[in-house]
Design a binder for this molecule. Structure first.
Ligand code: SF4
Ligand code: SF4
Length: 150
């Protein structure tokens, strides 16, 4: 995903999140509906996580790193949600809403207080710089060069 939040910052998928190791959504067409959590109403009870058939709901830890379960909430990986509606029906606090696919990105931006699945491009670049990493593939040696050396 590459979207914009209220501050018009470009958001990108966090490549370091463990969710990136989970299977991607199958099929070329996105689902008609996508689930979005209204995080201000989320209690972090985890009920929705248990019912998601594709494991696309992730915990967002609370502000105290020594006690991450306190004030935790959840977010939904909208790149992987299949729109089954289980979570919106299961949430005891009615804080998950299904949106038409094209509306879900704006809703996500309006309703998300804290995300670990999606981060700003700037913070991604800072993280990569601090570890001296790059997401670009190394230039491949051309066949011509390889042949000339043999
Ligand atoms: S079931 Fe509702 S309140 Fe509980 S973690 Fe999920 S979204 Fe939050
Ligand atoms: S709509 Fe279904 S697939 Fe999407 S997050 Fe909710 S439970 Fe998971």
């Amino acid at each position: 995903m590459s979207e914009q939040n209220d501050d018009r910052e470009v958001l990108v998928e966090n490549p370091f999140h463990t969710a990136r190791f989970k299977p991607k959504r199958k099929g070329k067409k996105p689902p008609k509906l996508i689930a979005v959590v209204h995080q201000s109403g989320c209690t972090g009870c985890e009920v929705c996580i248990a019912g998601c058939p594709v494991d696309s709901i992730e915990l967002v830890p609370g502000p105290d790193s020594s006690n991450p379960g306190f004030q935790q909430m959840v977010e939904i990986d909208i790149a992987r949600c299949i729109g089954c509606q289980n979570c919106s029906q299961d949430c005891p606090w009615e804080t998950i809403t299904m949106y038409e696919h094209n509306d879900s990105f704006i809703a996500w931006g309006n309703e998300t207080l804290k995300s670990e699945l999606y981060i700003t491009e700037e913070s991604l670049n800072k993280a990569l710089d601090s570890e001296n990493l790059s997401l670009e593939k190394p230039a491949e040696e051309s066949v011509e060069e390889a042949n000339s050396e043999s």
